[in-house]
Design a protein around this ligand. Sequence first.
Ligand SMILES: [Zn+2]
Length: 331
Amino acid sequence: MSIYGTCNLCNSDLIYSQAAEKFFGNFYNCSQCKKYAIEVNIENAIMDPRDDIAKYRSILAGYLLERRDRKNPISIRNQDDLDRIINDPSVPKTITEKKNKLLKYISLSGNIGEIVEVPFAAAYAENDSELMALIKDLEKKSYIKNYSDDGGYGAEITVEGIEYLESSSNINDSKNCFVAMWFSDLMESAFNNSIYPACGENGYLAQKINDTHFNGDIMEKIHSQINKCRFVIADLTGYRGGVYYEAGYARGLGKEVIFTCKEDWYNKLVLEEVDTYKNKKKVNSEKRFVEELREVHFDLSHMNTIMWVDELDLKKKLFERIQLTIGVGVK
Ligand SMILES: [Zn+2]
């Protein structure tokens, strides 16, 4: 059964709505927010102006609008999900950040010469006067032409506006994920078949430094990419010092780091086949086995590491972890 109406978050038309599948709540397809599901108590609280949570309504609408190109619905199943969205680094906290969001929306929605309709959510604005103030300020700086009137809000990006956006890089908006990993055939394949698509399906671009020559320039490049990324995936397979270094560097900067490790590399005692030598000559007929402890360093062994068996397993678990702890990337 479907009921149509208005979206509780952004007031736009709903394409359809139905009960959520996996929890007590509603699933919506909104013309503006696109697909999302929300738990019933949280939805009621957001609609009640007396509730503290009501102030988050504009944040949710902005967050969903910014991710309008996503393939998968965004679920707000509980307080944790709500907190994660509210505290997402991409959510603007200052008036300048709201203005930048608005300008970015206008520039992404139309070229020079095209008037685009501006919804409240584009600026995470709470009301008419806030949106109008932001539009007027961008107009004053010649970043947009303002076409708002009694019928609604409209604007057009200018050359100055595009130049401003190009010159200001907003780190919190980064859709890049830095991947620290062992450079081996095993991991190259896991990157291509698991890590890259798991990031991509959540709206992030997985990047790795493909070079084994760790000279000064490479280190600078690694630092710069970690500085700019939204989060880091560190795969501990192979026990590589570089991976530990990069994960530590990222943690020091306060970045989220997701640890992964192939199961048979995680504190496993394995039998390694080695050659036998007699008088420094290899004896082909006498292969022998030695025990080798493949371990994750003690410092990291308590981290909530994703253990993976094969590429399919890694892709599935990584996709879920990114969705749960990082959220969906912005356009
Ligand atoms: Zn909506």
